[in-house]
Design a protein around this ligand. Sequence first.
Ligand SMILES: [Zn+2]
Length: 275
Amino acid sequence: MKFRGNIGAALLLVLAAGLAYVVFLRAGAPPLTSEAAVTPPVSAAELPSSSPSPPLTPSPSLTLSPTLSPAPTPTPSPTPELPAVDLTAWNLALVNSDHPLDKDFSPDVITVENSQKYDARAADALKTFIAAARDKGFSVYLSSGYRTYATQEYLFNRKVSQMEANGLQGDAAITAAARIVAYPGASEHQLGLAADITDKYYEIMDVSLADTPLLQWMKAHCAEYGFILRYPEGKQDITGVMFEPWHFRYVGTDAAAYIMEHGLCLEEFWALYEE
Ligand SMILES: [Zn+2]
């Protein structure tokens, strides 16, 4: 009996230990199920979402898109963009003392008027520009168009002689002359795309011409015909040429509109594409 009693006690202990173990497992179970419980809702949400979400998602996106689309539309319009032009194109050629033309460079030119020649590709634009000014009642005189290298050389040497007569010597005379008459090869007139336009009654070309109604109109409207004021006021340090209110240069309407609107010289326009 005592032996049986011992067995019974041992069985009770085993049962008690088993119960305790089960209790322990159940106590430890919750953290496991709680983690496992996270997964089922996700998979459960994914599964039912296929059926209820299609009718829900398209309806708000359809109602939102018409109200959202007008908003992004104004954004591109106020962004001023550089015109997509090719700087290597004939009409955008940059000619100055740093970018001189070859002595033998000679474009295909035709006579416009007053024995003045102009690049054949832009001659019509120049004629239209001048005709528009005449239609406004202005007297227009095309004083200079295309010039050969030899002509520019003659004009330059004559200006150097004048400077020497005024007391300047050597390099000083050459530097002073170059601010008024472009160095041979550095003149846009050799390019065939420069036009000096004045009132026919003016003989002296100086900055006072800028105040004449003709040149004020020409400056205001040149871009419409593809022209720019090539040597604007205040740009002498960049162009190397003094303010010339009479000197217009053909570049094409796209470039001209941007240049005149932003008050640039051609050197500054070029620099925008080199950035
Ligand atoms: Zn000129």
